[in-house]
Design a protein around this ligand. Sequence first.
Ligand code: TLP
Length: 342
Amino acid sequence: MKTIDLRSDTVTKPTPAMRRAIAEADVGDDIYGEDPTARRLEERVAELLGLEAALFVPTGTQANQIAMGLHCRLGDEVLAEGGSHIIHYESGALAGLWGVQPAPLEGERGVFSPEQVTAAVRTDFIGPRSRLVSLENTHNRGGGKVWPLERFRAVVEAGRAAGLAVHLDGARLFNAAVAAGVPASAWASLTDTTAVCFSKGLGAPAGSAIVGSRALIAEARRLRKRLGGAMRQVGVLAAGALYALEHHVERLAEDHALARRLAAGLAEVPGVTVDPRQVETNMVVAEFAAPQAESVARLAAQGVLVGATGSSPRAVRLVTHLDVSAADIDEVLRRVRQGLAG
Ligand code: TLP
């Protein structure tokens, strides 16, 4: 039985054409600034996001954490939605690396309001210093929710009015761009720093970038070194990322269509609750009758790998990606029916 892996869009393997691009990459020692492929990638990403400069880093976590280090000092506070990746899935790095605490805002599938930002900003000396507002687009625990651009702009303006810097965790920003039909720069150019990942929907084996002004990215280079993320002939990774930017952005629409097809199919299965209208990008969050761990195990027994997610104790996350076809989705639906019946 073929295993169909919907745990995340991080599980993809490089395509033969991407492997060729990686094999043929022109490389050099990047700590000496001599890797031409990394340079090309950084220039291309900065241009796509409408910001001055970019730095290639190993992971999205490191890109986000470099941003925290750039904007915050010991004892500062970061305003972020309560379910955001920087709070939930970065091994306590806010506190562990920078001595920074989160001010969690309650969002609607990851999206919050300018009024919430204004209300959360601390101005008294008894409280922590509010330093940064961090947004996530698409929002992971929000089920791949896209930040509406006007709301995003209003939140950025509220943050700026209060003297905050603005960071965007855009691990899946290109999914948002394709779904909304606007360029990624529409959101990113409003921020001080944006993190993007090549290893999620774009299908590269590894790599992310932190993007911002020339001055911030010069300092980011120092923090990347401090965190152990400065690499040598990194062009072998940058080549995969460049290939992904050239060939795998528009096709994200196919992943989104498959996610809608999956949600529509799951909505027909007795015992499964899902709202297909909430599927905006490549994630489907469905509630099964059993607790999370049991549903995950039952589906795994059917050769369908899914993950637990945060929105409820019965919610599972199914993610479409480059290595999943329409036939796979139909097969998943067949196995879900079978698994639940069994
Ligand atoms: N997300 C992973 C897990 O860590 C949960 C996934 O499977 O979705 N920002 C966002 C919004 C992310 O979803 C992720 C990865 C990251 C940052 C971190 O990227 P990496 O794994 O490259 O450090």
